[in-house]
Design a protein around this ligand. Structure first.
Ligand SMILES: Nc1ncnc2c1ncn2[C@@H]1O[C@H](COP(=O)(O)OP(=O)(O)O)[C@@H](O)[C@H]1O
Ligand code: SF4
Ligand SMILES: [Mg+2]
Length: 365
């Protein structure tokens, strides 16, 4: 793990990114706050549509406007608010201090240009290297990301590389300018499992080498398990739980996180243990959401839950949750060590009106 300094590299403060649509205002990101420290890897998880990508695109200053707009908050990068920067200042930051790895490599790669040109140019522009220096550095990076015969393949076009190799080229491109912050949005979703594992391992090594901070976005908690120091769980445009990785997997304290854990394939559980998807769908953020947005799907929901959005509770160091019943969920120990049977028994009990004894974690009544 890289060095962690005290001041955060990135600090999101109550960030709001909305979209004006025919159906009303979509509150895609609705008051999101979290930090990323230098050298730290932060995983952002949540179902599709929870606002993970819109948050990152806001950081990059690439929200299409209209229909998108900033409705409040701050994005402090090295202490400076990116929302106050000009377009040209933001362009300078992107691909330099802040780099992005997209799900589809062709978002970053131009199909009509040789890989060599696409890697050399940013080095000349951002770092003022000569063509020869840039060429040497780029080839070295391609070797580092595991592209065989990098020198020979350097002058090929993106389509001459396989999917996994293209992903590596994109990672090389993202890392070339030694970014301080690396954002990876579902970087391996399109790849087969073996290549996924290789790419994730590679990103981890390179990050540890350079000490960059990283945000890894995924809908799959399994992906961040070995990769993230800390995990942010998003639901309907908001952060609902945040904790160190180990703590989150051991003691999830938001019923939605418990639901996500149940729906992750687990190598350590027997084949007989089936994956249980969370029933229902996330709310439409263009409609008013009274109270906790998870309430219609939540086995723990009570009348209180639909009145006001629950405030932030501290469970332990670095572990925060927005849930009225967080103490009970925490006490019931519904993390990855719990069997699906145990989780189901607890959820059935609380659905029928029982509570959890915070001391023992057992069902009352
Ligand atoms: N250009 C847009 N116009 C309207 N709504 C948008 C636009 N882009 C994203 N959204 C909405 O913002 C919400 C969050 O999307 P997104 O951040 O992409 O989710 P995630 O990455 O978590 O799957 C979704 O409801 C999506 O429909
Ligand atoms: S606040 Fe209520 S509805 Fe929301 S997750 Fe907690 S128990 Fe469930
Ligand atoms: Mg997304």
């Amino acid at each position: 793990m890289g060095e962690k300094s005290a001041a955060p590299l990135l600090e999101l403060k109550d960030l709001k990114t909305y979209f004006k649509t025919d159906d009303g205002i979509v509150r895609a990101v609705d008051g999101v706050s979290y930090t990323v420290r230098a050298g730290e890897s932060v995983g952002v998880v949540g179902e599709s549509g929870s606002g993970k990508s819109v948050t990152q695109i806001s950081i990059l200053g690439l929200i299409p406007s209209p229909p998108g707009f900033n409705a409040g908050g701050e994005i402090l990068f090295e202490g400076e608010d990116l929302l106050k920067k000009s377009k040209s200042e933001l362009r300078k930051l992107r691909g330099n201090k802040i780099s992005m790895i997209w799900q589809d490599p062709m978002t970053s790669l131009n199909p009509f240009l040789k890989v060599s040109r696409q890697l050399i140019e940013p080095l000349q522009t951002h770092q003022g290297l000569s063509k020869e220096e840039a060429r040497a550095k780029a080839i070295k990076m391609l070797e580092k990301v595991g592209i065989p015969a990098a020198k020979e393949r350097f002058d090929q076009y993106p389509h001459q590389f396989s999917g996994g190799m293209r992903q590596r080229v994109m990672i090389a491109m993202a890392l070339l300018c030694e970014p301080k912050l690396l954002i990876a949005d579902e970087p391996t979703t399109a790849l087969d499992v073996t290549i996924q594992a290789q790419i994730l391992e590679l990103m981890k090594e390179l990050r540890e080498d350079t000490g960059a901070g990283m945000i890894l976005i995924t809908h799959d908690l399994g992906v961040v398990a070995g990769m993230a120091d800390r995990i942010i769980v998003m639901y309907a445009g908001r952060v609902v739980e945040e904790a160190a990785s180990k703590e989150l997997f051991a003691a999830p304290s938001h019923p939605y996180t418990v639901g996500l854990l149940k729906s992750v394939p687990r190598l350590d559980r027997g084949r007989s243990e089936r994956l249980i998807p969370i029933e229902g769908r996330p709310p439409d953020t263009s409609k008013d959401i009274p109270g906790c947005g998870f309430a219609p799907r939540c086995p723990w929901a009570t009348d209180e839950c639909t009145k006001e959005f629950p405030s932030r509770k501290k469970m332990s160091d670095d572990h925060y949750v927005h849930c009225y019943r967080a103490e009970e969920v925490y006490a019931a120990k519904l993390g990855t060590h719990a069997s699906a049977k145990h989780v189901e028994k607890i959820e059935q009990g609380v659905r029928n009106g029982s509570t959890i004894d915070p001391a023992t974690g057992d069902l009352n009544g």
